[in-house]
Every structure is written in structure tokens, then in C-alpha cells.
Design a protein around this ligand. Structure first.
Ligand code: HEC
Ligand code: HEC
Length: 394
């Protein structure tokens, strides 16, 4: 904080122009919905995709399956306010982390690390988190959030990192006071909610913004919509292996979201020298959930290496090989895990090297970041927006 004050005071001129910029950015929230969303007469944004036209039953592996309904109670102004909040380090206890520090738009809304870096500890070093930051693409569709599934809605989830002492390390009183005493936010919350800032509305705006992070314009989607030329021959072969009953990937990574939001025990290896993460077993006494993790989406998967809950695998090639070679046997031996029946087979699926490479190629066809929202030039608080912050230097 002191550094920011000093920086800000270095030049009075600089400060004046900064305030002007902040003013320019913050004065009026968007009245239009993000691309892919239609503005309804009631003022809310509704997602429109070609999947709206499909009605095949949610059969595993089928391509013409509807998307689950997305809650559409958010207005353009609430989504835009959420965007400004998402990038603003004002939300963290030490004013040096925003949501975007760990969910970076240019890293698929993850952060490129196996384990996140959290709040600064005494001495200036950041807390090593035990898990990786998941992507936020299509996150609003998930029935379970977090690697262990411990949250079930975005609004419930939003407050977790804010008040977690290892992550943003803020507290309710300070956050409320900071928002109330930042004139730009008083104005922006009034535009979005017709009321002064509250923590409930903060959580609502952050959810509204995250709901707008949709990705359904990949080459795979064009293929699913009927354009057979959208995928290469190798990708089509990979798709067929992916959804076939030998590899069984689409039994859990079900299209079109490429996840079923369920918890599954697949026998993930522990990180070398670290105790295995119990996953959902850490918050439930059910022995069947020991080592269970929420099935992650595979949308934009090529942007979010390393993979698995703690970055155990660096490449998609390694992940696919894990499923072929170690089918349920990479888990620490003393764990006695109840491996999911789609994983636990007496013999592995015995995919060929070509099959493995074809799956990897297919996964690349799920890339679509065309709806990446613009990063605000300045945060309403006047603090530098988060992707510019250097996480590692104290
Ligand atoms: C210090 C890094 C960090 C910051 C800052 C951070 N997150 Fe996260 N986020 C994570 C990690 C790590 C996880 C996974 C934690 C777990 O599963 O135990 C996560 C999980 C999530 C999830 C669940 C995604 C899923 O697929 O289940 C959402 C949603 C999310 N964060 C949104 C936010 C929002 C909104 C903010 C700002 C208020 C934020 N995060 C700030 C690191 C961070
Ligand atoms: C029984 C359900 C299930 C099946 C079948 C399955 N997966 Fe997964 N997959 C998961 C779970 C659960 C995780 C998260 C594991 C963890 O983090 O420890 C995961 C993680 C992944 C990841 C890493 C995602 C990330 O964001 O880090 C990829 C890639 C992946 N699976 C691809 C595949 C492929 C390819 C197949 C078929 C060969 C497959 N999966 C079969 C449940 C499944």
C-alpha cells in the first residue's frame, strides 16, 4: 500500500491525469450485452448459441446436445461492473492481488502454475497454494465449483478467495469500507444496482461478469453444428477415440461442456515429495470420495497447462498417456482409493501411440477465446489493473 501511495505521489501531474483516466473509464457502465448474449425486453442478457436448436438426449458422446440452461438475471451494467471489480486489486487485503492475478485472461483465465501464489507472508514471499487456479471459461454452467466441489454457485464462491487469509486476505469490514469510500464505486454500484456498494452486490457483479465468459465458437463447435470440414482428419479420428467406449473420455468430459460437473476418483498421482490431496475426501467422511476431484472442463485446455489439481502433468500428451498407461494405478499405493469404474479396468485401454496423438490433436479443436473481454485500462480505485502486477517480486 505504502509503495502505491509513494508511486502515486511521485508526480502530482501524473496523479491528476490518472484520476482523469479513472474518471473516463468509470463514468458509464455498458448498456449492451457482451457478444453472444441478447438483451431481453426485461433488461437482462440471455446467451444465444446454436446449441439452443438441438434436442438430442444428453447421451454420452453425442454432438447435438443442448446446453444446460444458464441463469440470465444479469444486466449489461452488472456484467460490466463485475469486469471492473475482477481486475481491481482494491478487493485484496494488501491491495496487491485481484481475481485476474490468478485468473489471467491471456492464460485461459488460469495462471500457468501448478499451484497458485497467494497472499504475501511476513518477509514478502507469497503463500504457496496447494492447488492450481482452474480456468473460468464456461464456469457459470458448473454445478460444482472448486477442485473438491465445495461451492455450488458463483455468488457463493466469490467471497471465498476474498476472505481466505492465504489468497486475497481481506475482511468484510475493510472491503465494505474501501468500496464505500471510493467515489467511482459508489457511482458504478448505483448504475448497476440502484444502491450503494454491498458485499452481496459485489458477489453478484463478479458472478455476472464470470457468466459472460463463454466459449462455444471453437472448431469443434462448428463441426458439431454440421460443418464437417471444421476438423482435420486427425482431429476427427481423435474425436472418435475420445468418445468411444475404449477410452471413455466423454463418459465424464461430456459435450458440449466437456464436463459433467461430477466428482470422480481417477487415481491422480501425488506431487513428488508431497502428501496426496484427498480432494472431496478432505471435506466429506464418505470413503468413496477419498481422492475425488470435480471433473474439469476441457474447453480451451491447450491454454491452461500445467494440468490436474496441482499441475502434476505439464503437457496434454502426458495427461493422455496417464489415462492409457496407468489407468487407476498412478495413485499412491496406500490410499485405497475407490477408482471410478470408467477408469478402473483390469487391462488398460491399450490405445496406440497414434490414438494418443489423435486425442491430443482433437483437444486442440476445443480452443476458442474469441469472447475474451477487454481488460480495463485502469481500475476504478486507481490502482494498477492486476495482470500488470508482478506476483513474484516482494
Ligand atoms: C491467489 C490466487 C487466486 C485469486 C486471487 C483468486 N483465485 Fe479463484 N481460484 C484460485 C484457485 C487456486 C482455485 C482452486 C481452489 C480449490 O479448488 O481449492 C480457484 C477457484 C476459483 C473458482 C472455481 C472454478 C471452478 O472451475 O471450480 C472460481 C469461480 C474462482 N476461483 C473465481 C475467482 C474470483 C471471482 C476471484 C476474485 C474475487 C478469484 N477467483 C481470486 C486462485 C485464485
Ligand atoms: C471417470 C471420469 C473421467 C474419465 C473417464 C476421464 N476423465 Fe479426464 N479428468 C477427470 C477428473 C476428475 C480430472 C481431474 C483430476 C485431478 O485434477 O486430479 C480430469 C482431468 C483431465 C484433464 C486435465 C484438465 C485440467 O484442467 O487440468 C484432461 C486434459 C483430461 N482429464 C482428459 C481426459 C481424456 C483425454 C480422457 C480419456 C482418455 C479422460 N480425461 C477420461 C475425470 C475423467
Amino acid at each position: 500500500m505504502r509503495e502505491f501511495l509513494l508511486l502515486g505521489l511521485v508526480s502530482v501531474l501524473g496523479l491528476v491525469s490518472l484520476t482523469l483516466l479513472v474518471h473516463a473509464e468509470a463514468t458509464e457502465l455498458s448498456k449492451t450485452c457482451p457478444p453472444s448474449f441478447e438483451l431481453l425486453a426485461e433488461g437482462q442478457c440471455k446467451l444465444r448459441t446454436l446449441y439452443d436448436f438441438y434436442d438430442s438426449p444428453a447421451q454420452h458422446g453425442g454432438v447435438k446436445v443442448r446446453l444446460p440452461e444458464l441463469e440470465t438475471t444479469y444486466t449489461p451494467q452488472q456484467i460490466d461492473l463485475g469486469r471492473q471489480l475482477f481486475f481491481d486489486p482494491l478487493l485484496s487485503g494488501k491491495k496487491d492481488l485481484s481475481c485476474a492475478s490468478c485468473h489471467q485472461p491471456d492464460k485461459g483465465f488460469a495462471d500457468g502454475r501448478g499451484q497458485g501464489l497467494g497472499a504475501r507472508q511476513p518477509g514478502g514471499v507469497r503463500k504457496d497454494l496447494s492447488r492450481s487456479a482452474p480456468t473460468l471459461w464456461n464456469v457459470a454452467f458448473l454445478k460444482r465449483l472448486m477442485w473438491d466441489g465445495r461451492a455450488s454457485s458463483l455468488e457463493e464462491q466469490a467471497l471465498l478467495p476474498l476472505f481466505n487469509p492465504d489468497e486475497m486476505a481481506n475482511n468484510a469490514d475493510q472491503l465494505q469500507k474501501d468500496l464505500e469510500t471510493t467515489p467511482a464505486y459508489v457511482d458504478l454500484f448505483r448504475q448497476a444496482f440502484g444502491a450503494p456498494p454491498t458485499l452481496d452486490n459485489l458477489a453478484r457483479a463478479l458472478s455476472a461478469f464470470q457468466t459472460s465468459l463463454v466459449s462455444f465458437n471453437s472448431r469443434y463447435d462448428r463441426y458439431a453444428y454440421g460443418d464437417a470440414s471444421a476438423l482435420s482428419d486427425q482431429e476427427i479420428r481423435g474425436h472418435n477415440v475420445f468418445r468411444g467406449f475404449v477410452a471413455r473420455c466423454s463418459q465424464c468430459h461430456i459435450p458440449p461442456l466437456f464436463t459433467d460437473s461430477e466428482l470422480a476418483v481417477i487415481g491422480s498421482p501425488a506431487l513428488p515429495g508431497k502428501a496426496p490431496d484427498p480432494g472431496a475426501g478432505g471435506i466429506s467422511p464418505d470413503p468413496n470420495l477419498q481422492g475425488a476431484f470435480r471433473v474439469p472442463t476441457l474447453r480451451n485446455i491447450s491454454a491452461t497447462a500445467p494440468y490436474f489439481h496441482a499441475g502434476q502433468f505439464n503437457t496434454l500428451k502426458e495427461v493422455v498417456h496417464f489415462y492409457n498407461d496407468n489407468r487407476g494405478h498412478a495413485a499412491p499405493k496406500d490410499q485405497n482409493l475407490k477408482i471410478h469404474w470408467h477408469i478402473h479396468m483390469t487391462r488398460g485401454p491399450e490405445l496406440s501411440k497414434e490414438d494418443e496423438a489423435d486425442i491430443v490433436a482433437f483437444l486442440g479443436s476445443l480452443d476458442d477465446q474469441s469472447m475474451t473481454p477487454p481488460v480495463p485500462k485502469t481500475a476504478p480505485s486507481g490502482l494498477p489493473v492486476a495482470p500488470a502486477l508482478n506476483l513474484e517480486t516482494p
